[in-house]
Every structure is written in structure tokens, then in C-alpha cells.
Design a protein around this ligand. Structure first.
Ligand code: PBG
Length: 325
């Protein structure tokens, strides 16, 4: 035998030396959930260990993230039912919770990189990402709302906007509005966002489950991956800066295809259901949480993700510290 691959697996030192992939703090986008009120830190029932914060409690969490070198966020807000309607107009209220949160975060953590979710579902009385008429999601009217929403985030001081709604043409509409105003904020496009049952816990977190039907007329069909490349072509042509695949673990092939197809940074979103599955099994003692989290994140990286949005960012950093000192 002239080839003994096990030589390079003999101990941790040699394994680390030849490791092709590593996940580190700078890879992460940490999702944040903000709610109104004071002194609120409430655990999301289907996401054990993950919390919604009121703005007065958020800085402590951001400090903790910063102490583990986590400085990039993906921000979502939970909107009061009374503020929801079919136009989503609260989404561009300059004094809305999102806009207040952006100002507060950039004030308390000016060195952070803030990306804000642009989609109507948390503001929609129907829980849909678009304006609804006769049971249909109306694309082009929704674009006008998304543009107003994105501009209001920029006005409040966000760094990047992250359109997550899968309406046709939204990247172009937002980019055009930015250019017209001389705005050079980044756009993280949810390029290949699948109609996935893995979003269940997130919809609990924001109370944003669709009131009727499902999201299959706008989010992608899990059967397809050519379509993801087509969406990527459109997003690049329309002026996106980064492309995202979502969920991650069930779509590793799509991450890989996108990475090979584009010269853009590719992000992947390890979504709420992926988090919940691991947490639940770990709580039952059926899986070793630290190892399964590390392995899942590594698989996303190995598939080709340059950026990982994950609810495990902080847990992972803490667990790494424990393992490597
Ligand atoms: C909605 C949005 C969703 C997520 C991010 N933005 C849910 C949905 O499309 O219903 C899911 C994130 C997660 O599950 O962690 N625009």
C-alpha cells in the first residue's frame, strides 16, 4: 500500500492542519427578534434557548454576541396585531418598531453590520408576504410597498436590506429606488427561498403564519434547483450584492450549484425548524447537541456558503471555546 489516508486522520493536530473548511465567528449572521414593550425577554416556545427582546433588553444580548466576535445581524420585528392590515403600511412607518430598532442598534452598536428583513408578512393581516386581493398575492403592487419599506430602513440607518418575500422584480425595484436617491446600501437577496415547512417555529416567533393557504405561489418548489439558478441570474442582473439559499440543510445541493454558478458571495439560512429539530432531539438526550451543531454548520460551509445565518451562532462560539479553550 502506497496510500494510507488514515495517516492524515491520526490525531486532532494533523486533522486540524489538513481541514478544508472551518466555521468561525466572521461567517455568521445572527437573527434578532425584537418586540415592543419594556423589559421583555421571552423565550420562543418552539425555539428553546432563543428569545424575543424589547429594545431596552437587546443591548445586553448584542454585547454578549460581540464578546464572541459576532457583529453581523439579521433583524426581524414582531408587530402588534392592531397594526397589521392588507397594505402593510406600518412597514414604512418612520416610527415603527423596525425603524426604532434600527436606530437603537446602530446607536448602541455602531460597529455592527445590520441587515434588515424586507417583507410584508409580519405586517400583513393575512400573514402573507404580498398584498392580497381575492385570495391572490398581487406582485407589482407589493413591489411599491417593499420599496417604501426598504427606503425607510435606509433612512433609519440600516446597512443592508434583505428582501425575503420572493416577489418577482423586487431586487430591481429596490436597487432602482436606491440609485435614484444616491443610496449605496447593500442588498442581500433571498434568491432561492423555498416553500418550506421548516419555517414553522419562526412563524411562531413573529406570529406571522399565513391566515389562509400557503406560500407556494411565491416561494420556490422544493422539487427544483435549475430554477434557483434562474432566480440567481435575475437577482444579479437586478443588482443584488449577495445571494441566499434557504433553508440550508435540506438544500445543500442548491448552495453548491449557486456557488459554482456565480461569483457572488452565497449565504445560507439555517432556519428555525433546523434549529428546533436539533434542540428537541438534544433535550431528549437523543443527539449530542454540540457535535451535531458543528457538523451541520460545517456541512453548510462545505456546500459552498460564504455566510451562514444561524440561531446557533452564539451557542456554536461558546461550544468551540469549551472544546478548544
Ligand atoms: C418571511 C420570512 C420567513 C423566514 C424569514 N423571513 C418565514 C416565511 O417565509 O414564512 C423564516 C426564517 C426561519 O424559519 O428561521 N418573509
Amino acid at each position: 500500500m502506497y496510500h494510507r489516508p488514515r495517516i492524515k486522520r491520526k490525531n486532532q493536530l494533523i486533522r486540524s492542519l489538513v481541514a478544508e473548511n472551518r466555521v468561525s465567528a466572521s461567517d455568521f449572521l445572527t437573527p434578532l427578534f425584537v418586540v415592543g414593550g419594556h423589559n421583555v425577554k421571552e423565550e420562543i416556545s418552539s425555539m428553546p434557548g432563543y428569545f424575543r427582546y424589547s429594545l431596552d433588553r437587546l443591548p445586553d444580548f448584542l454585547d454578549e454576541l460581540a464578546s464572541h466576535d459576532l457583529h453581523a445581524y439579521l433583524l426581524f420585528v414582531k408587530v402588534d396585531d392592531g397594526l397589521k392590515d392588507n397594505t402593510g403600511k406600518e412597514a414604512w412607518n418612520p416610527d415603527g418598531l423596525m425603524q426604532k430598532s434600527i436606530r437603537a442598534i446602530k446607536e448602541s452598536h455602531p460597529e455592527s453590520l445590520l441587515m434588515t428583513d424586507v417583507a410584508l408578512d409580519p405586517y400583513s393581516s393575512y400573514g402573507h408576504d404580498g398584498i392580497v386581493r381575492e385570495g391572490e398575492i398581487i406582485n407589482d403592487e407589493t413591489l411599491e410597498a417593499l420599496v417604501k419599506m426598504a427606503l425607510s430602513h435606509v433612512e433609519a440607518g440600516t446597512d443592508w436590506v434583505a428582501p425575503s418575500d420572493m416577489m418577482d422584480g423586487r431586487i430591481g425595484a429596490i436597487r432602482e429606488a436606491f440609485e435614484a436617491r444616491g443610496v449605496d446600501n447593500g442588498i442581500l437577496s433571498y434568491t432561492a427561498k423555498y416553500a418550506s415547512a421548516f419555517y414553522g417555529p419562526f412563524r411562531d416567533a413573529l406570529d406571522s403564519a399565513p391566515g389562509f393557504g400557503d406560500k407556494k405561489s411565491y416561494q420556490m418548489d422544493p422539487a427544483n434547483s435549475d430554477e434557483a439558478l434562474h432566480e440567481a441570474e435575475l437577482d444579479m442582473a437586478e443588482g443584488a450584492d449577495m445571494l441566499m439559499v434557504k433553508p440550508a440543510l435540506a438544500y445543500l445541493d442548491v448552495i453548491r450549484r449557486l456557488k459554482e454558478h456565480t461569483q457572488y458571495p452565497v449565504a445560507a439560512y439555517q432556519v428555525s425548524g433546523e434549529y428546533a429539530m436539533i434542540k428537541a432531539a438534544a433535550q431528549k438526550g437523543w443527539l449530542d447537541e454540540a457535535q451535531v451543531v458543528a457538523e451541520s454548520l460545517l456541512s453548510i460551509k462545505r456546500a459552498g456558503a460564504d455566510v451562514i445565518a444561524s440561531y446557533f451562532s452564539l451557542d456554536y462560539m461558546k461550544m468551540q471555546k469549551k472544546v478548544h479553550g
